[in-house]
Design a protein around this ligand. Structure first.
Ligand SMILES: [Zn+2]
Length: 70
């Protein structure tokens, strides 16, 4: 389960375009900031995913690579 279905908070539409995500590393956390643009109403919004990891708990085993660059 990689991504929850995301709907536009402005109009409730689900025609969204994912923009290039940002990542912030803060101490033991990585904040992945996903940027979305709603195709229906044109609004943009962010979704922040905070991942806390430690040496023995770090799961990032899915095939999707958010990448840092294109
Ligand atoms: Zn919208």
């Amino acid at each position: 389960m990689l991504k929850d279905p995301i709907t536009c908070p402005f109009c409730g539409g689900n025609l969204l375009q994912a923009l290039e995500p940002s990542e912030l590393g803060i101490d033991q956390s990585i904040w992945t900031i996903l940027h979305w643009q709603c195709i229906e109403c044109g609004e943009t919004f962010d979704k922040i995913i905070e991942e806390t990891y430690s040496d023995e708990f770090y799961e990032d085993d899915e095939g999707t690579n958010l990448g840092t660059d294109n």
